[in-house]
Write a protein that binds this ligand. Structure first.
Ligand code: PMT
Length: 353
């Protein structure tokens, strides 16, 4: 912690919440500015003031933080936070540019309400956002140069302007796949049905509602892609007709349906196509139906998803999957969706050139 930061929060507070010793004085322990940074994989400066940024850019080492910065050899993430007038200053901008050109990663700042009461750019990025930069900095870029299309969430099939058929998909699995592919350096196109999750900043994002719209977005982006991962729970049926006006209650006692376009099967039938991954949400632990889907839809891999088992499937943070491809089946235990995304992408990396 710098002198300035200790005017806002005491070291004791950080020691209590982190369970770690807080270092403030370069001379308290003569070599700590070397031993601390030698043991670290990543350095995050958050919030980074204009003063610290200027010191880093010029190589000034006159306190614990700037001395550590100078001795550190790994990846650095800088999350600036300051008044918008200072952020627009040319000296600050040039200092930041110099640091980025030497390999530092700049995270933010964002537009928001500042300490002076103004609404402008200068607010430190959300912690989750900075953590995402950290994860990305520590992830092997084994998908760089690859374009990956991911579908997520449910579709809505309208019978009139206010009523629709849909399912419980939250988008979490598809978003986790897109996030992990971005961390690994891929160019990601994320096509999602209605979801409460925020679009991923670095992905090209398409918000769709119906199966027909999802199909259109997938095919418009297919060119040049190395893999398509269909994690979306695309509705299998839509109402036969859609009324422009709200239907009378008495008109919908039975609902004629028609099949939606099967996006996975359509890509699977193409002669020249990207590596194709489908999901199979099934109730029950038997993988037979999923294996049949692999063949029927012409996919390269199916992720069997037992949505009956507790903590797995729709609208939860974890999933239990079995990866099925021409080589056989690999079952995995219940794990966070981010980790499920990791094992799926590990497999894809093995297959795509
Ligand atoms: O979004 P979450 O809350 O995180 O939940 C994740 C999930 C359970 C939705 C996800 O893990 C999952 O299993 N997604 C696929 C669900 C599904 O629709 O399975 P299916 O067996 O009906 O479809 C098989 C495959 O064909 C899927 O890849 C699906 O995207 C695709 N499909 C289905 C119908 C259709 N008309 N077109 C398609 O492309």
């Amino acid at each position: 912690m710098t002198d300035a930061s200790r005017k806002f929060v005491t070291p004791l507070t950080f020691e209590a919440v982190s369970g770690n010793k807080v270092h403030t004085d370069t001379f308290q322990d003569a070599l700590s500015h070397i031993t601390l940074t030698a043991a670290a994989d990543l350095m995050i400066i958050a919030p980074a003031t204009a003063n610290s940024i200027a010191k880093f850019a010029c190589g000034i080492a006159d306190d614990m933080l700037s001395t550590c910065f100078l001795s550190f050899r790994g990846k650095v993430i800088i999350a600036p936070a300051m008044n918008w007038r200072m952020y627009e200053n040319r000296a600050l901008r040039e200092n930041l540019r110099a640091l980025v050109s030497r390999g530092a990663v700049q995270a933010g700042p964002e537009r928001g309400s500042l300490a002076c009461g103004d609404e402008a750019v200068g607010r430190m990025s959300e912690v989750g956002e900075i953590l995402e930069y950290a994860r990305s900095a520590l992830t092997r870029k084994d998908l760089s140069g690859k374009k990956i299309i991911v579908t997520a969430g449910p579709t809505r099939e309208y019978l009139d302007p206010v009523r629709f058929l849909s399912n419980r998909s939250s988008g979490k699995m598809g978003f986790a796949l897109a996030r992990e592919a971005l961390r690994r350096g891929a160019e990601v196109v994320l096509i999602s049905g209605p979801s409460s999750l925020a679009p991923l900043r670095k992905a090209e994002f398409f918000a769709v509602e119906t199966a027909e719209e999802m199909r259109k977005a997938v095919f418009e982006n297919l060119k040049g892609s190395s893999a398509v991962i269909m994690a979306a729970a695309v509705s299998d049926f839509s109402p036969d007709t859609k009324d422009r006006r709200k239907k009378e209650k008495s008109d919908v006692l039975s609902l004629p349906l028609k099949k939606t376009p099967d996006i996975l099967a359509e890509i699977g039938s193409m002669k020249k196509r990207p590596f194709l991954v489908g999901f199979a949400a099934e109730t029950g632990a038997c993988t037979d139906r999923a294996r049949r889907k692999l063949l029927a839809k012409g996919a390269d891999m199916i992720v069997f998803n037992d949505v009956d088992s507790p903590g797995s499937g729709f609208d939860v943070g974890t999933n239990q999957v079995t990866l099925i491809d021409k080589n056989g089946e690999s079952p995995f235990p219940l794990m966070p969706k981010d980790e499920v995304a990791g094992i799926i992408l590990d497999r894809i990396v093995d297959f795509i050139p």
